[in-house]
Design a protein. Structure first.
Length: 281
């Protein structure tokens, strides 16, 4: 049965970047609802407590661990604690990422230290966490599934956003490399790549914004729960023959040309005959 293949009963799933009430928290809740033992890792104790509350409210089993996933020793300690608590290691969802406002700056004078900081947060943390989890999966001998959360910034170039796009593109390459090398050990590695998702840390509120949302085919931002649904597919046995792939969850922003206005007329033809022909009446 398809429903049975989606279940995560008796499996231990680590969510790195679990706190904050956004994507990580939604992934924790979804994994718990499917029967998984959820291990939430975050560097912010308050955010982690909120994730724990949200998960246990869904009758899930949750172990919270404080760690900076950019530091190998802290990662290794956290993963060892997870295995000690539940006896196995079956899944990882790496949500940690982003950049600081000061990392938006001109390419011609972008400091190498800032590039290193963005890579450390988005790529190095994924490598360290995946290495620790994969080692435990191999020791357990039953394989597992690793999912990296990336961004559609990996596919686009945007002024002043070089570091983040470069890091997210690197994360997709890292995903493919892991899938190739660890596949013979029964470990699948995929990326779920997000478009604009409404989270507590995203710009704007819940109100519709035609100028912002009009570039999306679905004309709205996504929710953390919608991203978590795609994660559950590749995390579970429903995605048992899927590895090395990038699943894009973006409301259709990548299939809709960027030069279209919210009315679907190209911005360079707003006052031309096309507008007159397509306007109502």
């Amino acid at each position: 049965m398809i429903g049975d293949r989606l279940r995560l009963d008796d499996r231990t799933v680590v969510v790195a970047g679990a706190g904050g009430g956004g994507i990580g928290t939604a992934v924790c809740k979804a994994a718990a609802e499917l029967g998984g033992n959820v291990v939430g890792i975050d560097s912010d104790p308050a955010a982690l407590r909120a994730a724990e509350q949200a998960t246990t409210d869904s009758n899930g089993t949750f172990l919270g661990l404080i760690a900076d996933v950019r530091v190998k020793e802290e990662v290794d300690t956290a993963i060892a604690a997870a295995v000690d608590a539940f006896g196995s290691m079956d899944g990882l969802v790496h949500v940690v990422g982003g950049q600081r406002p000061e990392h938006w700056q001109s390419l011609d004078r972008f400091p190498l230290k800032d590039l290193n900081a963005v890579f450390e947060l988005n790529v190095s943390s994924a490598l360290l966490t995946s290495q620790a989890v994969a080692g435990r999966m191999m020791a357990c001998g039953r394989g597992g599934s690793i999912v990296h959360i990336s961004s559609i910034a990996a596919f686009f170039a945007a002024p002043f956003n070089m570091a983040y796009g470069l890091a997210k593109a690197g994360l997709l390459s890292l995903t493919r490399s892991m899938a190739t090398e660890w596949g013979p050990k029964g470990i699948r590695v995929n990326a779920v790549t997000a478009g604009t998702i409404r989270t507590p840390h995203s710009r704007g509120d819940d109100a519709a914004d035609p100028d912002r949302d009009g570039v999306l085919a679905l004309r709205r931002r996504g929710t953390p729960e919608e991203l978590a649904g795609a994660v559950m597919f590749v995390l579970s046995d429903l995605g048992s023959f899927v590895t090395g792939q990038t699943i894009v969850v973006d409301g259709g922003s990548m299939v809709r040309p960027s030069y279209l206005g919210s009315d679907d007329i190209p911005v360079f033809m707003q006052d031309g005959p096309l507008r007159a022909r397509l306007s109502p009446g």
